[in-house]
Structure formats: structure tokens, C-alpha cells
Design a protein around this ligand. Structure first.
Ligand SMILES: Cc1cc2nc3c(=O)[nH]c(=O)nc-3n(C[C@H](O)[C@H](O)[C@H](O)COP(=O)(O)O)c2cc1C
Length: 367
């Protein structure tokens, strides 16, 4: 891999990081990070949905003093921004999820660690020190493996569980199939062991697709949400909800939150853009649980648009991987700083002093 560039004058925004990351990443990793399912219609729709929303900003509101922080699950977050779970961080940089943990902790921003991280639950907790972190859960066919992951996350101080519900089977990512995606020698899902720690391509598909088919439980139902809640004392959020009726069920079953998400366009191609699904979900949840959204957040104004349409906070997936690929911890730190600063700027230009003032009437056509 070429030497990473330090964050510099050419890296003014998250999209600059995308361009720079694509120059340094080996093709298989670049395609794995960038790809959506099949024709990537939903991948593109996630971005287009943000670009369609127009802001009706206030003027003359006195915005010299602004507070970007937000309360979420009993903790104050400096900005309504969290890091989405992403598998295989060490494909981007040798320090992988450890670098993300350090950058997140420095910013006080919550990192959500993937079940399929290339640094272990415990190592990431240690690297992140006192920083806030959540753990994302895939449910294995072997329920004892799942229970063990939950217990380790609890013991290591993770503050919430994110159960991914949009991946009973893995979406088919044509680019990964073409590349016969697999982890290079020396990289593995470090929180797992034995057969569960091997992601290797055999035959004509992606190794990750085969891994899911063999090991992840496609039979999950709402009963399994009840099971998970019965084996943990942590709040549980369901990630991948795009409908009001499913959100209502999530609340009824005791979820602390829902994450409106289509997995960054990587699961069901043709799925509704996450921003377009947000209002329906927020209305159904009606303040009884937290509502977060991810998919296509690339600018501070995107965060503000999501909040105006009913989210309590957003998550970013690929932007963090781009920062990691370009400059490790410093790159992730810079990406988080850019998004935080842009969000603060967006608040000022919309005439709001606090996150509570970000209301639906700021979005054209939706007041
Ligand atoms: C490379 C990559 C790996 C991902 N791995 C996981 C994962 O392990 N678990 C999960 O729930 N979501 C995973 N996601 C989805 C993200 O959590 C998130 O929903 C998505 O990336 C948000 O869209 P964005 O990348 O446009 O910000 C992954 C996404 C990417 C791009």
C-alpha cells in the first residue's frame, strides 16, 4: 500500500477523503468499502435523498453562541453524530478499529464496533479508554457464540448493543463476487475464533457472502429480539428498520432505539433511501425510543436535514473508513472534525442555537 498522506490542504471535506482513499486502497478493499448491492440503486438513492432536501433557514436569530450537543440514551454527545459499525477496519489501515477508537475517544464521539472487526472487543475498549462505544451484533446460528459476544461487550464497558436486522442473509455485492472477496493473510474477525474467524472465498462468490450463508442465523424473528433483551442489561437498538410498523414493533418489544438504515445500500438493492424512510419511522416511534439514521451522510447540512426530519442523531460508515485509509487515527479524527464543524456552521446559517431548535419547518415542503 502507498504511504498514507497526512491530512492536508487538499482534504477539505469528506468527499476529498473518498477520492484520496480510493487512490491508496488496494482494489479489493476499495471495492468492498465502496460497493452496494447489485446495481447500487439504493447506494445512490441514499445520497440523492439528502441532495433533494432544501433548507428554509431563519435569519436574524443571533447565533453567536451555539450548542451542537445532544442527549441520547442517557449520555450527552458533543454532536449528533456516531460512527456506524463497519467490518474489517484493518483492510484500510494496519491500526484498524484501534485507530478509530482513539480518534473517536479524542472527539467524545461514540464508536460502534462491528461483530466482524479486525481488532477484538477488548483491544478496542482498551484503545478507546474512557470514550463511549456501542457493540453491533450479528446473531450466529450458534447462540452460545452470540451470548458470549454480548457478555464480553458488557464486561468491556460497551454502553449499548446494536442488533443488525437487515441482514438475515448477506446482500449480493457484485463487485465483491467479481473480486472473490476474502481477507488477506493475517487479517481475521478478531473477536471470534476457529471457523468463525475465517473469511475465505471458495467457489464463485465473495468469501463474506459464503461466511454469512454458513454461520449467520437467517431464522431471526421478534422472539430473538426478546431473547437478546433477556440476556443483556444493555439497551438494544435495532439497525436496519425502514418502516413505521416495524418501528412500532421494535418499541413494543422494548428496543431503546431504532436505526433507520439500509446498510449503506449494501443489502436489498431497490430499498427505500434511508432519509426517505425517516419521517415514517420517527412518527411511529413518537418519542418512545431513540431514532437514528445512516446512509449517505457526507456533510454537516446532511446531519441537520436528518434531525429536521425526525432523527435524534446520525451515523457515518464509509467516511470513517476513508479517513482511516488516508491517514489512520489522524484521518479519522479529521473526518470527525470536518463533519462536526460543518454541522455547527449549518446550525448558524439556519439560525438555530441548539439542536432542540432544529425542527421540521426548516425543510422545504415538509412544515
Ligand atoms: C465496508 C462496510 C462494512 C460494513 N459492515 C457492517 C457491519 O459489520 N455491521 C453492520 O451492521 N453494518 C455494517 N455496515 C453498514 C454501516 O454500519 C452503515 O449502515 C452504512 O455504512 C451507512 O452508510 P454510509 O457508509 O453511506 O455512511 C458496513 C458498511 C460498510 C461500508
Amino acid at each position: 500500500m502507498p504511504e498514507p498522506t497526512p491530512p492536508g490542504r487538499d482534504l477539505l471535506n469528506v468527499l476529498d477523503y473518498e477520492t484520496a482513499a480510493h487512490k491508496v486502497l488496494p482494489p479489493m478493499a476499495r471495492d468492498y468499502y465502496a460497493s452496494g448491492a447489485h446495481d447500487e440503486v439504493t447506494l445512490r438513492a441514499n445520497r440523492a435523498a439528502f441532495e433533494r432536501v432544501a433548507l428554509r433557514y431563519h435569519v436574524l436569530r443571533g447565533v453567536e453562541v451555539r450548542d451542537t450537543s445532544v442527549e441520547l440514551l442517557g449520555r450527552r454527545h458533543p454532536v449528533p453524530l456516531l460512527i456506524a459499525p463497519a467490518a474489517f477496519g484493518r483492510l484500510a489501515h494496519p491500526d484498524g478499529e484501534l485507530a478509530v477508537a482513539r480518534a473517536a475517544a479524542a472527539a467524545g464521539i461514540t464508536q460502534t464496533l462491528s461483530t466482524l472487526s479486525t481488532c477484538s472487543i477488548e483491544a478496542v475498549a482498551e484503545a478507546g479508554g474512557g470514550g463511549p462505544r456501542w457493540f453491533q451484533l450479528y446473531v450466529f446460528r450458534d447462540r452460545e457464540v452470540t451470548r458470549d459476544l454480548v457478555q464480553r461487550a458488557e464486561a468491556a464497558g460497551y454502553e449499548a448493543l446494536v442488533l443488525t436486522v437487515d441482514a438475515p442473509v448477506l446482500g449480493y455485492r457484485d463487485r465483491d463476487a467479481r473480486n472473490r472477496f476474502e481477507l488477506p493473510e493475517g487479517l481475521a474477525p478478531e473477536s471470534l475464533s476457529g471457523a468463525l474467524a475465517k473469511v475465505q472465498a471458495e467457489g464463485a462468490a465473495s468469501g463474506l457472502f459464503q461466511y454469512f450463508a454458513a454461520l449467520i442465523d437467517p431464522s431471526l424473528t421478534w422472539d430473538d429480539v426478546d431473547w437478546l433483551l433477556s440476556v443483556t442489561r444493555l439497551p438494544v437498538l435495532l439497525k436496519g428498520v425502514v418502516r413505521g410498523d416495524d418501528a412500532t414493533l421494535a418499541v413494543e418489544h422494548g428496543a431503546a432505539g431504532v436505526i433507520v438504515s439500509n446498510h449503506g445500500g449494501r443489502q436489498l438493492d431497490g430499498a427505500v433511501a434511508s432519509l426517505d424512510a425517516l419521517s415514517e419511522v420517527a412518527a411511529a416511534v413518537d418519542g418512545q425510543a431513540a431514532v437514528l439514521v445512516d446512509g449517505g451522510v457526507r456533510r454537516g447540512t446532511d446531519i441537520l436535514k436528518a434531525l429536521a426530519l425526525g432523527a435524534d442523531a446520525v451515523l457515518v460508515g464509509r467516511p470513517v473508513l476513508w479517513g482511516l485509509a488516508v491517514a489512520g487515527e489522524a484521518g479519522v479524527r479529521h473526518v470527525l472534525e470536518l463533519l462536526s464543524a460543518e454541522f455547527d456552521l449549518a446550525m448558524a446559517l439556519c439560525g438555530v442555537q441548539s439542536v432542540e431548535e432544529i425542527t421540521r419547518d426548516l425543510v422545504a415542503g415538509r412544515q
